[in-house]
Design a protein around this ligand. Structure first.
Ligand code: SF4
Length: 280
């Protein structure tokens, strides 16, 4: 069996940075240590952090002491401001600098009195943070179909940013359509380099190999994106979280496998899956 592992598979810069910030500082952190949402959307990483005493929380109510970790996805600047005021609480802000850049651009659009549009998954943590930076009137949509339902006035100015992990090609298509529909719009393509690279490599693997494995958590937006891209091209695409989910029959009469993994999938999870696939 021939296997090619995508060069871009696994942790991205933002996730490595966030994990390093937590791991390097954990001994000095004031207890209890809490994390607002998952540092990355990967159950394996979360289990490891839990073993180190980090509790994942989904509300900030009543959190006034100890240490609070803000994840790579970021948080609304207003909420952060409010947290900073909690004097007995130490904040570890692991927001990816690329996400912070989207906040900066969204804020700039708002300050230019533009109605901000966000191409992203509604309810996703990163999107909620961007929305906070853009002013809560910002409108989130995840497809052109959804955007078409939004009332557009030619009397106002618009601005567009994207969640960093949205599909690059879809954004390019959307950009063309939006420019035809809205006369005054400033567009920032904020899909990060890593996401673009991963998506284009996934596309190449899906065209070249008999079977494609996409490894990562089903909670991860960027891994789901890779699966969507590959499965549209190659019907033998499988989404797995760990090696244990692999099935021997997927590889029957198949000669080659392309493997990719989301930005929050650890190397050890990828290595195990590749080893297991090689046995089939
Ligand atoms: S996918 Fe891009 S923006 Fe998101 S954490 Fe990774 S490097 Fe940062």
């Amino acid at each position: 069996m021939r296997i090619e592992l995508a060069k871009s598979a696994g942790f991205c810069f933002g996730v490595r940075r966030a994990l390093a910030m937590v791991e390097e500082n954990i001994k000095q952190m004031k207890k209890p240590i809490r994390m607002y949402g998952h540092l990355v959307h990967n159950e394996e990483v979360v289990k490891k952090l839990a073993a180190k005493g980090i509790e994942v929380i989904d509300t900030l109510k009543g959190i006034y002491q100890g240490t609070l970790i803000i994840t790579a996805h970021g948080i609304s600047p207003k909420i952060k401001e409010e947290l900073v005021k909690r004097k007995k609480l130490d904040l570890i802000d692991a927001t990816c600098p690329k996400v912070l850049n989207v906040h900066r651009l969204a804020k700039r659009l708002r300050e230019e009195n533009r109605q901000v549009l966000i191409f992203g998954d509604p309810g996703h943590k990163e999107v909620l943070g961007i929305k906070g930076a853009a002013g809560n009137k910002a409108v989130v949509f995840s497809s052109y179909k959804e955007l078409k339902k939004i009332d557009i006035s030619q009397k106002i100015k618009y601005g567009l940013v994207a969640q960093t992990t949205k599909e690059y090609q879809k954004f390019k298509e959307l950009e063309k359509k939006i420019r035809r529909r809205i006369s005054d719009i400033k567009i920032f393509n904020t899909i990060c380099e890593t996401s673009r690279e991963k998506q284009s490599e996934a596309r190449r693997l899906a065209k070249k190999y008999d079977v494609v494995l996409v490894i990562g958590s089903r909670l991860s937006a960027n891994t789901t994106r890779l699966y969507e891209i590959c499965s549209k091209i190659n019907s033998n695409t499988y989404f797995i979280n760990t090696a244990e989910e692999l099935k021997k029959e997927w590889f029957k009469n198949k000669a080659s496998v392309g493997v990719t993994a989301g930005a929050s999938t650890p190397d050890w999870v990828i290595d195990k899956a590749v080893e297991r696939a090689l046995e089939y």
